[in-house]
Design a protein around this ligand. Structure first.
Ligand code: PHE
Length: 341
């Protein structure tokens, strides 16, 4: 009986660690353990050598062994059957299915470029709310009620509150900085702005701006010109020329508009520059003394410059996008073109 027990234990170990690599190995197993001359039969034959008083115990042992041997066989048999039903195994050497990868929106690409150019010369980024009050969007920027310059921008008013507008420029964020930050101030304010325009290739009811503000002692128009010249060469390349034309903004005096030499034709004349050789890209000027006073800053001690550009405009000039509507139509054929820029 003792040796029968030992034999069974040994076979059980063998069965427990058995894993067939293929159907032939499983068949060998079946013949070895469960065949007509197999181990299970053979062990059952040993029963007759067991003394009568131990037969019951030995019978249980043998039955357990038989079940173990059979279950092992059945489980691998069904595994192999279901693997065969699934067809050939997966070919791991095939290339994987590519994961679709999104791309940055062109306006975001250009906005990020603008930000990084100005960050390199010490400007930090400030943002503000898109629903603004009259003070931050107009009055504090030297545009009191009924000032004719308010008509330069067609404004959306918020119907529930006559004091609220959808900001028409990000100068409103600059007003908030002037009111809350200590001097000197050197910020750029990127963000979305709204104007009541009919949507066409050249105008949209919302677009994006990036405005800049620098207020400190001894800030001059020469600083403004040099800062913007640096921006242009970084954004459009070293050979780009700039020119300033006198202009008018209520919050700057003197004011100017800046043109760059046409990025498409280089100055010889094309559709982008309307055959003038120049394209306008931004407005700028020295911060108006009234505006500084509105924020308790003495214009005799401090001066500053400000500039504002449209991100769509910069993108149009840089990548020759000729229809503003493309930016908000979500056509991936258009958007994907900016994958590598
Ligand atoms: N806020 C002006 C606009 O939206 C741009 C600007 C900003 C002009 C700062 C001069 C100085 O058109």
């Amino acid at each position: 009986m003792a040796s029968l027990q030992e034999q069974i234990q040994q076979y059980e170990q063998e069965i427990n660690s058995f894993v067939p690599a293929n159907a032939a190995e499983l068949e060998d197993y079946r013949i070895r353990f469960l065949g007509t001359k197999g181990i299970v039969k053979m062990i059952f034959g040993e029963m007759k050598t067991v003394p009568a008083d131990q037969r019951k115990e030995a019978g249980q042992l043998l039955n357990g062994f038989k079940i173990l041997a059979e279950e092992k066989y059945e489980s691998f048999k069904s595994l192999q059957a279901s693997a065969a039903a699934k067809g050939p195994a997966i070919d791991n050497t095939l290339p994987g299915t590519p994961l679709p990868l999104g791309t940055r929106h062109p306006l975001r690409v250009v906005e990020n470029k603008i930000i990084s150019i100005f960050e390199r010369i010490g400007f930090s980024v400030a943002t503000g709310p898109e629903i603004e009050d009259d003070w931050h969007n107009f009055t504090s920027l030297n545009m009191p009620q009924h000032h004719p310059a308010r008509d330069m921008q067609d404004t959306f008013y918020v119907s529930t509150n006559p004091d609220w507008v959808l900001r028409t420029h990000t100068s409103s964020a600059q007003a908030r900085i002037l009111e809350s930050q200590p001097l000197p101030i050197r910020v750029i304010c990127p963000g979305r702005v709204y104007r009541n325009e009919t949507i066409s290739a050249r105008a949209h009811c919302f677009f994006h701006q990036c405005e800049g503000l620098y207020v400190d002692k001894n800030v001059s128009f020469a600083d403004l010109k040099q800062t913007l010249y640096y921006f242009v060469t970084e954004m459009f390349g070293e050979n780009t020329k700039v020119r300033f034309r006198p202009s008018y903004f209520p919050f700057t005096e003197p004011s100017a508009e800046m043109d760059i030499s046409c990025t498409v034709c280089g100055g010889s004349g094309c559709n982008l520059c309307k055959h003038t050789g120049w394209v306008e890209i931004l407005g700028c000027g020295m911060v108006h003394p009234n505006m500084l006073r509105n924020f308790g800053i003495d214009p005799e001690v401090y001066t500053g410059f400000a500039f504002g550009m449209g991100v769509e405009r910069i993108t149009q000039v840089k990548y020759q996008v000729n229809d503003l509507r493309l930016y908000s139509q979500n056509d991936v054929r258009f958007l994907r073109q900016f994958q590598s820029v």
